[in-house]
Design a protein around this ligand. Structure first.
Ligand code: CMP
Length: 133
């Protein structure tokens, strides 16, 4: 099924000029970049975006981090794009991600893990609307 998902290139990767590498990796692996923009969000916006994690011990650091510098937000489209994107990203913790995944290639730590991707169809819709509506 052709579907859409939201992808974020996080501050650590934007800072290291990895935007083009990450975009061409998605395209080479069957995901089309329908929309893309570079933004800097506030701590309040980051807190809203990550509110599913609000009870987690890492929530405050996570919101500070996502709002710490420019990010690139994209709508990716393709066959099973939600699971395909998650496969291409690899495990949340880069030290556990398998060879050939984005987080293995570029991730620095569980916080600075370079990319975010929606984890379900329901969240993909919410996350796309958050940045593009
Ligand atoms: P992301 O896929 O953007 O979703 C939430 C983020 O929280 C996750 O990537 C990690 O960067 C960050 N995070 C920090 N600590 C943890 C943890 N212990 N478990 C899961 N995510 C964490």
């Amino acid at each position: 099924m052709i579907e859409q998902t939201l992808s974020i290139i996080k501050p650590d990767a934007v800072e290291r000029n990895l935007e083009n590498n990450i975009k061409s990796f998605f395209e080479k692996n069957g995901l089309k970049i329908l929309k893309s923009k570079k933004v800097k969000i506030s701590k309040e916006e980051a807190s809203e975006f990550y509110k599913v994690h609000q009870t987690k011990p890492f929530y405050n650091d996570l919101c500070n981090y996502l709002s710490s510098g420019p990010i690139v937000v994209m709508i990716l489209e393709g066959e099973n794009s939600i699971s395909q994107n998650r496969k291409l990203m690899g495990a949340t913790d880069p030290s556990k991600a398998i060879e050939g995944t984005l987080r293995k290639m570029y991730g620095i730590s569980i916080d600075k893990n370079s990319v975010h991707g929606s984890d379900s169809a329901e969240n993909a819709k919410i996350e796309i609307d958050f940045y593009f509506k």
